[in-house]
Each structure stands twice: as structure tokens, then as C-alpha cells.
Design a binder for this molecule. Structure first.
Ligand SMILES: [Zn+2]
Length: 398
């Protein structure tokens, strides 16, 4: 084999949402994009903030103008509970919904996925947790994100909080909607701190997907991750500080979706695993939890040269930060990239230390033990993470 021959590509599979519509103002013309008729009985799943703002009103008016019957479930909370999901399913059955439309952030989209699934199939929820345990059929499903971060409109996972703080997920290709509608005008009113945290979350999805040790890491995901980071890195500051800039908002929404497609097929790793206890124990929003540990996990991974992640991070650096100095070899470029990511979070106004979100040093050992339960994510990390490692990472982030 000579040097110009490529390495063999390991086998992989790739799933994504079959139809994606990107259009400024798409929500206000929703009936057109969905082909809505007077026979349709459509249930919209959203949250109380969106109801109060009236953000979904133009979409609802469009559906009603087409003759559809519309019912709104507007009760989705952050980290949605099983009780919320059960109420949504009951409404869908009572309404005899012919389709479900998720409209909102990741929580609303997750509840919409599972409402369409369980109202369509009648399967008992308890038999569907985990990977590929869901049976169809589900109701027709459209997802309309109003934040640029989770990428939930193109991921097969939906997460529900069971009991106090146990997170359970249903992962199934059935959770990919029939159509994702991306309308950047829905995101122009997002406040800066939400734009910043959700935007960093999307960047973490791309970085972790690109460097994932998962056997299904694949060239499609890596290309999507690079393009996602190019869009997110060059537009996040403008989107945060000049939220009305539609070009920046469009780039963030597309970047978030591309990152979602990447990690849906090349899953995330230790940043998300270590963010998990911060969210569940201290109710810190998902994006901020990730931002708090991001530079420290990447430094931990890069410090062990044998796993090669430093070279992958160095390759990503110039896509995120076009001016990143390229001299000094991959280790030096990687170190500058990680420093720049930490600076970026601070410049965006995000809290940068665990102590800033009410975590004490005495909390760290239990968090490290908790993080070890995220084996589903940790196995994808470029470097093995033990409990002592997790503690050291938290200590550095504290
Ligand atoms: Zn995330």
C-alpha cells in the first residue's frame, strides 16, 4: 500500500430526518409546508413561555386557515416529567390527533416525539425505554425548533425525567420526525444567555461527535461536524450580541442541526457525561453545564497523546476560530484551541466556574461518582475516564 491510498473505512450506518425545510417565515406558512388539509387534527406540543409570547400563533393561524382542527398542549417544562408526557398522550388520544407538531426547545420536541410515538402505537411507556425498544406505528410528526442547540429535530432520542431526577430515554429511528421545519425568525427574540448556552452546546455536539471513539463514528458525521463548527464558531458572538441579525441566526440554526445529525450517528462523550450531574443535581441548564466542563475535559483528553484526540482538536481549531495561530505543531494548536473555547464562553457572558453555579468543593466527589453512571456516553470518549479522573476534571473546573 503506498502513501496515497486511503485507509479502509469501517462500516457504519447513518440515519437522519428525511425532509428538512429551511425558510425564513416558514412557521407562518406552516400549512403550506406540511400540506395541511381540512381533514387534519393537529396537536401542537410546546411550553408555557412560547404560549405567553404568542410565538406559535402565526403557525396555528396558518393551520386553521387551511381548515385543520388544532389543539395546543402548552405545558412542557424544562426536563419534562413522565406526568407531563402522560398528559400530552392523553390529550392526543382524546383529540384523536392525526398528527403531532413539536414547537419549541429540546424539551418540547422530546415530548412531541414520544406523544406521536405512544399515541400512535398504544405501546406501554415502560416497555419502550432504551435503544430500539419502541414499536410503531407513530403518528405523523413535524418538529420546529425555536432554539439553536439541541438538534433534537434530527436526533432519535427523547429524554424524560422519571421520579425526582432519574433521566430515561427512548432511542429509536421512529423518533426522527417526518419533517423538520427550520425558521430562523423564531430564534431572533431569544435572550443572549440562552443563545450563548445553547450555541455552546451545539459546538460541544460537533466536537464530541468528531472525536468520538464510538464504532459508528463515520465520515458523514465528521464532515457535518466541521461545517457545523464553521457556522457556529463564526456566528455565535453576533447571534448573542446582535440577536436580530437574521444571517447569524440562520447560521446558528443550520449549524445546530448539522451538529445534531453528526452526533445522532457518532455519539457524544465525556463532556456530556460530566455535565449530567451538574444539570440533575443543581438544575443548571444543559448548555451551561456543558460549557462549564468543556475546556477541562478536552485538556484531559489531549494530555494523553496516545489517544490522538489532540490532533483531532487541532484539526477542528481553525474551523471554529479562523485566526487561530497554526505554528508549533498539533499539541500547541490544540492547546490554543481549548484556551480560545474557554475565552469564548467567558466573552459570551457565561459563568465559567462550577463555584459560580452554587456548587461547593464538598459536592465534587459525589458528582464524580454520579458521572461514572453515564457509561453510555463515557465509552465514546477518546480517553478512558475513571472516577478519580472525573474528580480531577471537576476540581479543575471548580
Ligand atoms: Zn448537548
Amino acid at each position: 500500500m503506498n502513501a496515497t491510498q486511503a485507509n479502509a473505512i469501517p462500516s457504519f450506518s447513518f440515519h437522519t430526518t428525511p425532509r428538512i425545510v429551511f425558510c425564513e417565515g416558514a412557521a407562518a406558512e406552516l400549512a403550506y409546508h406540511l400540506g395541511t388539509t381540512a381533514q387534519d387534527r393537529l396537536m401542537i406540543v410546546t411550553d408555557p413561555g412560547i404560549v405567553a409570547l404568542g410565538l406559535a400563533e402565526p403557525a396555528i393561524a396558518s393551520l386553521k386557515n387551511a381548515g385543520a382542527d388544532v389543539r395546543v398542549f402548552g405545558e412542557v417544562e424544562a426536563d419534562p416529567s413522565l406526568a407531563t408526557l402522560e398528559r400530552a398522550i392523553a390529550m392526543a388520544l382524546d383529540f384523536r390527533a392525526t398528527g403531532v407538531i413539536g414547537f419549541g426547545g429540546g424539551s418540547s420536541l422530546d415530548v412531541a416525539k414520544l406523544t406521536a410515538l405512544f399515541a400512535g402505537s398504544g405501546q406501554a411507556i415502560d416497555t419502550a425505554w432504551g435503544v430500539n425498544n419502541a414499536r410503531g406505528p407513530r403518528l405523523p410528526l413535524a418538529l420546529i425548533p425555536t432554539t439553536a442547540g439541541t438538534g433534537s429535530e434530527v436526533t432519535p432520542v427523547a429524554i424524560i425525567t422519571v421520579g425526582e431526577d432519574e433521566k430515561r430515554g427512548v432511542s429509536s429511528p421512529l423518533n426522527l420526525p417526518d419533517v423538520a421545519i427550520l425558521d430562523p425568525l423564531l430564534t431572533t427574540g431569544l435572550p443572549p444567555h440562552i443563545t450563548a448556552a445553547t450555541g455552546i452546546d451545539a459546538m460541544v455536539h460537533a466536537i464530541e461527535a468528531y472525536a468520538s471513539r464510538n464504532a459508528n463514528n463515520n465520515p458523514i458525521s465528521r464532515n457535518l461536524a466541521v461545517e457545523a463548527l464553521r457556522l457556529l464558531g463564526r456566528n455565535i458572538e453576533e447571534a448573542v450580541f446582535n440577536g436580530g441579525n437574521r444571517a447569524a441566526r440562520s447560521a446558528m440554526l443550520i449549524g445546530s442541526m448539522l451538529a445534531g445529525q453528526a452526533f445522532a450517528n457518532s455519539p457524544v462523550a465525556a463532556v456530556h457525561a460530566l455535565a449530567y450531574p451538574i444539570g440533575s443535581r443543581f438544575h443548571v441548564p444543559h448548555g451551561l453545564s456543558n460549557a462549564l466542563v468543556l475546556p477541562h475535559v478536552l485538556r484531559f483528553n489531549a494530555a494523553d497523546a496516545a489517544n490522538g484526540s489532540f490532533a483531532l482538536y487541532a484539526a477542528l481549531g481553525p474551523h471554529v476560530f479562523p485566526g487561530l495561530r497554526a505554528e508549533g505543531g498539533a499539541q500547541a494548536i490544540c492547546a490554543r484551541f481549548i484556551d480560545r473555547l474557554a475565552d469564548l464562553s467567558a466573552r459570551l457572558g457565561l459563568k465559567s466556574r462550577l463555584r459560580d453555579v452554587g456548587i461547593t468543593e464538598a459536592d465534587l466527589p459525589a458528582m464524580a461518582a454520579d458521572a461514572m453512571k453515564q457509561t453510555r456516553l463515557l465509552v465514546n470518549n477518546p480517553r478512558d475516564v475513571g472516577e478519580a479522573d472525573a474528580y480531577a476534571i471537576y476540581k479543575a473546573a471548580w
